[in-house]
Ligand binder design. Structure first.
Ligand code: GLN
Length: 379
């Protein structure tokens, strides 16, 4: 087997879901919503199957590129539809990270705790991910260490991968922090890859999109799975720097990669998302989702605190991180109580903070209550 396939092991998310099923534990591990997707999206999909069934262009169904352009206030020519954000990120790694002149792998700066696909994707692309730790203060929670980012940049660094709101911490990078990252990217001429799949899932303040600050070098990755609660549909997108679209230059290069990976995303699902995006906006769907998540976050967070966990309140995403003196992910799932994601899953260079666990609260109230009851019985 080629060494680049050595990461072909079961992902931690799949692994914990399997263990949850095996031990009858409440699954607060893998981040997929329990509640049904919006009816307007499902209706559109039912109409599209049997109507929009053949290949779409590799850049995406034109109606979806138009809808994304309108929703995100970008030129549809700069939009590429991908098979989930995961394929969008891989497409970018394969396209943007090129071997350096000294024959060494290109370097991609990422933040640690790091989402599980970033490091292996860089390696698949023949590059190397360089993790920069986020700082965890027991009282203040997570924060960005700009000096550490600066120290991680070498002549081989070609891109900086930002994830805001950040999985697993729920950290949202501030306008000031992003401005500093942009200054670093401009100084060292780096691409910015911005994974913004949780862009509509924020606690209070709308996250700043990196594209607003550095349109000339930012590739934004987004996800219909996250916005519309259909993680299995595999419809995501990349917004390219303006003017690099049009099929001739960078967007064309990305499309070349894409057409040999999955060629296009499922056509009827692209059509359904195209129809749903304006409805989600006009019907206040995202605001309602945020209010619902605020209530579920509060339920889980106060429940965990009352059981002795130190909760680091998230500013976005549907995850929260917490530390507990005696709980381990393995122990919790094997006792049949709750499946969560162990902190180790997000650390590649250093050990995680003691007792760090990630809880998903994109689950029903009943599941969250049941999880808390079972945890209470353990302590
Ligand atoms: N993004 C999801 C999470 O963080 C998992 C995605 C997956 O299982 N591939 O839980």
């Amino acid at each position: 087997m080629h060494p680049r396939a050595r990461h072909a092991q079961t992902s931690i998310f799949t692994h914990m879901s399997l263990l949850a099923a095996r031990h009858g534990a409440v699954n607060l591990g893998q981040g997929f919503p329990s509640n049904p997707p919006p009816a307007f999206l499902l209706d559109a999909a039912r109409r599209a199957v049997g109507t929009v069934d053949q290949y779409t262009p590799p850049l995406g169904l034109p109606a979806l590129r138009e809808a994304l352009g309108a929703d995100l206030n970008v030129d549809p020519a700069d939009v590429i539809v991908t098979s989930g954000a995961t394929e969008g990120l891989l497409t970018l790694a394969l396209s943007l990270l090129v071997p350096t002149r000294d024959g060494q792998p290109a370097e991609l700066v990422v933040f640690e705790p790091v989402y599980d696909v970033y490091v292996p994707q860089a390696e698949l692309a023949g590059a190397r991910a360089v993790p920069v730790p986020l700082h965890l203060d027991p009282e203040e929670g997570w924060s960005l260490d700009l000096a550490a980012v600066r120290a991680a940049i070498t002549p081989r660094t070609q891109a900086l991968l930002v994830n805001t709101p950040h999985n697993p911490t729920g950290l949202v990078f501030s306008w000031a922090e992003l401005t500093e990252l942009v200054a670093l990217a401009r100084e060292h001429d780096l691409w910015l890859i911005s994974d913004e799949v949780y862009d509509e899932l924020y606690a209070s303040e709308r996250p700043t999109s990196l594209r607003e600050l550095a349109p000339e070098r930012t590739f934004t990755v987004g996800s219909a799975g996250k916005r519309l609660e259909v993680t299995g549909w595999r419809v995501g997108w990349i917004l390219c720097p303006p003017g690099l679209g049009g099929g001739l230059s960078l967007a064309g290069g990305l499309a070349n990669v894409r057409q040999v990976t999955s060629f296009c995303s499922p056509a009827p699902l692209q059509a359904a998302v195209a129809e749903a995006l304006p409805l989600a906006r006009s019907q206040g769907y995202y605001a309602a989702l945020r209010a619902d998540y605020a209530a579920r976050r509060a339920l889980l967070s106060s429940g965990l605190r009352s059981l002795g966990a130190q909760v680091h309140e998230p500013q976005g995403t549907y995850f929260l991180t917490a530390q507990h003196p005696t709980w381990t992910a393995e122990g919790l799932v094997e006792s049949g109580a709750v499946a969560v994601i162990p902190g180790e899953a997000f650390y590649v260079t250093s050990p995680p903070p003691a007792g760090l666990l990630r809880f998903a609260f994109c689950k029903s109230r009943a599941e969250l209550e049941q999880a808390l009851e079972r945890l209470a019985r353990l302590s």
